[in-house]
Design a protein around this ligand. Sequence first.
Ligand code: GDP
Length: 365
Amino acid sequence: TLRAGIVGLPNVGKSTLFNAITQAGAEAANYPFCTIDPNVGIVRVPDERLQVLAGMVHPGRIVPAAVEFVDIAGLVKGASQGEGLGNKFLSHIREVDAIVHVVRCFEDNNVIHVEGGIDPGRDIEIINLELILADLESVEKRGDRVAKMLKAGDKRAKVELNLLDRLKEAFDQGKAARTLSYDPEEKEILRSFPLLTLKPVLYAANMSETDLAAAEENPYVLKVREVAAGEGAGVVVICAQIEAEIAELDEEEKALFLRDLGLQEPGLDRLIRTAFHLLGLMTFFTAGPMEVKAWTIGLGTKAPQAAGTIHTDFERGFIRAEVVSYEDFVRCGGLNGAKDKGLVRLEGKEYVMNDGDIVHFRFNV
Ligand code: GDP
């Protein structure tokens, strides 16, 4: 399951967004997860195809893919210097796959801004600087060790020292590790010491309800987009307060409420979709009388590894996969129809999965 951490300065709307998330998650029926931790909220990944498939297969249950959100409140100026609390927040960030960085773009005189006024560029910089300082420390520590390895004649140490120097230079300029490019050998090295600023970031520009309609002309949002474009990050415009209200409604009320606001879908759904896209993830399905289920894999995943997300035995004993595209499945009225038309393929170990593939794996135990 994809794990995303929510960060941002105090009073920007993190808890409001997080509450909307946990509320929405609590209402997703048929959910095989239970509440784990007050700081973790699980939401389904919205996917209309699940309903279509369920309408054809009539399964016992529908299981959507999920995203876990972790509330990482307390990341403030000076966190990287903090011995106790600050470091704890940073270590929570180490454990997530992606960062959702909430940025205050709403004006409200009743809600104090910890840094004075609304200034998304400055706010983003404050948080990013903490992450960069934490990474700088990791890189310096690592550098000392690698220098010793180099003396001992380790060949790879030279490559690594170069990489560390390059990273240090970027950090000194206030740049995140994700703004650099890496060759395969460097990528391999980076796998062994996960940097905070290497994680993909999605900026959530938190707007006031009244500004939402003209979001793309809003100077605060434009600033967030500008920063994001410069570092290859994504942006989602949301109104955390509206999300919190939406999360309280049942399906029928929700549809009415969204229509009144002129919105297609909850911002939360857009947030999840964008996170999926940003992380290069996609979905395949299994569909049978027991359940119709969505599974999350990375773009370019091959069939055996996809099978492995279901069960490690499936990967180990992989023989082949029976695959039909979602479109063919629907067009032919189901698996048998698709088989009659010769549209169900038998694929081997080298098959690269496509988004929407409906799969039945054959394996040895
Ligand atoms: P956190 O410290 O980042 O977790 O921020 P909170 O979620 O606690 O929000 C701080 C305050 O801002 C609360 O009083 C919220 O009601 C308010 N707030 C959050 N989002 C919005 C918004 O979109 N518009 C307005 N006007 N207020 C908001």
